[in-house]
Design a protein around this ligand. Sequence first.
Ligand code: HAM
Length: 417
Amino acid sequence: MIQAVKGTKDLFGAEATRWANMEATIRDVCKAFCIGEIRTPVFEYTELFVKTTGDTTDIVQKEMYTFTDKGGRSITLKPEVTAAVVRAFLEHKLYAQTLPSKLFYLSPCFRYEKPQAGRLRQFHQFGAEYFGVYHPAADAEMISLAHEVLKRLGIPTRLYINSLGGNACRAKYNKRMKEFLQENLDKLCPTCQERFEKNPLRVLDCKDPSCQAVLEGAPSTIDTLDTECRNHFETTLSLLKQLGINAEINHKMVRGLDYYTRTVFEFVSDDIGAQSAVCGGGRYDNLIEVSGGSPMGGIGFAMGLERLMLSLAKNAQEGNEVARHVDLYLGAIGAEGFKKAQHVAFQLREAGVCVEADMQERSVKAQMKFADKIGAKYSAILGDDELANNCVKLKNMETGEQVDAPLSELAQYIIKE
Ligand code: HAM
């Protein structure tokens, strides 16, 4: 038997229902924040991610699903969505519309990482991006959007925040970091030795224990902020405070993508194991220009839906039985009843009633057992008598109570929840 590819996951039953409910909550919150949806293709030209995510990041160096298509082009399954959304924003000239542009997405992503709980090779992100706004109010609104989604889903988290500053601050930081790392260069892993030359800040991402040991006492990005960036950070923090959102400053957090400037943040959950970051994001005031557009501020985040599901599953009771919502089980006796039942079921479905009908001409006993098993709220059996009277005995499966219900009015007898 062929099995699913390592690091991928099938979704069905109660989990699929929970997933759909989670997406509905996300859509509700985005609506309240006046954010429109965007869908981009599953793959893009490889160059897009190399240019924006950064050629010294783990994603680009180790994790991309890249292949050459039959036309000889290098294609990559999107490891993240921000770069693709920026591409679409520029390609379709969305900047010509009223700014800021506010977009959200629900999308699969692909990263060749070592699979474990909460870390998959195909996973899904809910994310949001604002383009065309530099003000810290956008940072606060973006964080409050993530906060509200997590709150409505009932997922307890802690929020960490940091500032990487703008280009000048980053240059200053990289210089300091280089000076700091210089003495222990031989203790760094080969990847970090390369990062030392090209992008010293990225060394902070490394999980290698020997690099981690070197990083003790590394300089903090906050110490190299210029006045403007410091003010931006402080205003963001005070706006968050006003919204009642607690944020803890984490000087070491730089996030694993190169496009960030100024604010970066992560929401972390305590109850889903080692892969505890449920949401990560930040400001990227260079990204739109780097991608070929005019200089324009931007900020966004993405949440891993599988990680949210891990937290939701902890509180859920359902098993793996395919979750069905069944208002009525409509069974039948005899060939005429069977035929009519198909017709009545179809009409009821048109009227919005969720109906399961017998599809196998089984015995009445087997049909009633089935109705019970699938948790139907009501059941009825159509036989010759019912056909002659155009009326069925509608049974409330919970109370056992039965009423005579005319076939033509069946929908009104079924109380929908
Ligand atoms: P990221 O931190 O790489 O950021 O990913 C965002 C979230 O996706 C993570 O916090 C995590 O919940 C989830 N995630 C990442 N990798 C995996 C995986 N292998 N398996 C399961 N879940 C995973 C970004 O992708 C940025 N594009 C976020 C952003 C948007 N920044 C600005 N705008």
